[in-house]
Design a protein around this ligand. Structure first.
Ligand SMILES: [Zn+2]
Length: 315
């Protein structure tokens, strides 16, 4: 459009008189072009209808099974009635500057690879953002542990069921945002077992590893991955001494097998603050940190949350 008007003014400069008919035809052509563009735009891409109101994107728009992503909405006047959902889960929005709102979304590890619609609703307007879930290969690992930690007695089974109910009730709470910027590694050591590994324990029991194991020496300092509130500081059958931080918006980080705690339940902690020490309590073969992440009660890959570097740029 801009180029068109420039060439028109050059043409005008060359001519000694103003040709009213030519000018009228030019304007008519431009109007027709705009009208044609709008008809095509609104009929082929309904989202264009809202393009003047706001912009929306998913970053990254391709994730692994068990991965996380950002839904970012910009040029929006109000957060009022802004919701995003995928597979019956809703993700909470927070401000990221003037007219900017973002939510952290998650994909369950059992989600089939394919292209999905993330539904975005602003007041009564609905659009769908495309998200690709990649086929992800998770390695298999064989593990030998004491039989009583694998094949549970009736009492231990009941204990685990009680603990699972407690954890479930924690992860269903969605509180105000406390996290700020990137999530960071709680312990800067080598990773021994990644998220999603299929474990065959004592040749029989199969379980999926829903966290990241980081090597560590007994007593080594563990730091909060982001700012949050301690919502659990106690002993679990599998996790041993466990800390859970609530970062708000349905995002939780879990720290297991600790030798001790440096914080108390209900305490608000800052990103990087020492919260406990590496140990081997619970079902562990040796000292290490099991680091887990939950987003809206979905277990996700901790590395995929840490790799969301755009969080810093957005806030
Ligand atoms: Zn682990």
């Amino acid at each position: 459009m801009k180029l068109y008007f420039q060439s028109h003014s050059i043409l005008k400069g060359r001519q000694a008189f103003t040709d009213m008919n030519a000018r009228y035809e030019t304007c008519y052509t431009v109007q027709c072009f705009i009208l044609f563009f709008l008809i095509v735009c609104f009929s082929v891409f309904p989202a264009c209808a809202y393009a003047r109101v706001f912009k929306a994107e998913i970053v990254p728009d391709e994730v692994t099974q068990g991965g996380v992503f950002i839904i970012r909405v910009t040029d929006l006047k109000t957060e009022k009635l802004l919701t995003a959902s995928l597979a019956e889960k809703s993700f909470q929005f927070t401000g990221c500057g003037e007219g900017c709102f973002l939510a952290i979304g998650a994909v369950d590890i059992n989600t089939k690879p394919g292209i999905y619609d993330v539904g975005l609703k602003v007041e009564e307007k609905k659009i769908a953002l495309k998200l690709t879930v990649k086929d992800t290969i998770f390695p298999t690992q064989k593990l030998t542990l004491p039989d009583e930690k694998v094949f549970l007695s009736e009492d231990n089974l009941k204990r685990v069921e009680r603990e699972n109910l407690t954890l479930k009730s924690i992860f269903q709470q969605v509180s105000e945002r406390l996290w700020e910027g990137d999530f960071v590694m709680p312990l800067e050591n080598e990773i021994s077992t990644v998220f999603g590994v299929k474990r065959i324990i004592n040749r029989e029991k199969i379980s999926v590893h829903k966290g990241l194991d980081i090597r560590g020496k007994e007593g080594e300092k563990i730091r909060a991955s982001n700012s949050g509130k301690v919502v659990f500081a106690g002993e679990l059958f599998f996790g041993g001494n466990t800390l859970i931080l609530d970062h708000g918006q349905g995002i939780y980080t879990l720290y297991m097998h600790l030798s001790d705690f440096k914080v108390n339940n209900e305490e608000v902690v800052s990103k990087g603050e020492v919260i406990g020490s590496v140990g081997s309590t619970g079902r562990a073969t040796g000292p290490h940190l099991h680091f887990g992440v939950k987003v809206m009660d979905i277990s996700v890959s901790p590395l995929s949350l840490i790799e969301l570097k755009l969080l810093t740029e957005s806030i």
